[in-house]
Design a binder for this molecule. Structure first.
Ligand code: GTP
Ligand code: ZN
Length: 196
């Protein structure tokens, strides 16, 4: 969901993009570029739409069940922007938690929390921790595991240029941190290729 227009200075971004185009030696008046500053501003509005929002607020729907086992949503695709280069990093998030007293949230809400935390200038490590924090804060579960695997375009299309390399980060909380067997079980589920 885009942020409210008044919080996002589209005109300022348009001016900045025009400056960049001129600074790299382009002609911003040529036909293909005339609307580019507006397009980029609107794209940034979407790419940074998680700014000023709390991923925990996405976890607003709760159900009480007698489900006491791990809940895992795997392969949640996400696109974020590396805060160092403002280039995309993208990949998949795997989010697992162990409910306490049967308190669970909607499955889609986990993906929504990933979305809000990723749509901002971000670090992969911080993204991982923010998702885990949100789940801890709102569900008070017995354990949380968040694993993120991502390709960073700042490492693949520029700089060190290592296409195919990707970074894996994890945040492990509660029982999954204390109990090796439980942790191994959830990591095995994340690795498994069980498909619907
Ligand atoms: N830990 C971490 N590092 C990141 C992430 N995204 C980008 N980076 C790194 O941030 C670092 C910034 O390093 P600098 O030396 O300041 O910038 P740079 O000269 O453009 O670095 P190079 O990419 O090595 O050319 C680089 O090593 C990037 O790979 C991330 O999500 N987490
Ligand atoms: Zn970067």
């Amino acid at each position: 969901m885009p942020r409210r227009a008044e919080e996002f200075d589209l005109d300022r971004i348009k001016r900045a993009v025009l400056d960049i185009l001129e600074a790299v030696g382009e002609d911003p008046r040529r036909e293909g570029l005339v609307d580019t500053p507006r397009r980029v501003a609107e794209a940034y509005q979407e790419l940074f739409s998680g700014l000023g929002r709390d991923p925990a607020d996405e976890l607003s729907v709760f159900f009480e069940t007698d489900h006491d086992e791990v809940v895992l949503v795997k392969d949640i695709p996400f696109y974020s922007m590396c805060e160092h280069h403002l280039l995309p990093f993208h990949g998949r998030a795997h989010v697992a938690y162990l409910p306490r007293n049967g308190r669970i949230t909607g499955l889609s809400k986990l993906a929504r929390a990933v979305e809000v935390a990723s749509r901002r200038p971000q670090l992969q490590e911080r993204l991982t921790v923010q998702i885990a924090d949100a789940i801890e804060e709102r569900l008070n579960p017995r354990g949380v595991v968040v694993v993120i695997e991502a390709e960073h375009l700042c490492m693949t299309m520029r700089g060190i240029q290592k296409p195919g390399s990707y970074a894996v980060t994890s945040a492990v909380r509660g029982l999954f941190r204390e109990n090796v067997a439980s942790r191994q079980e959830v990591f095995a589920l994340i690795r498994s290729d069980l498909r619907p």
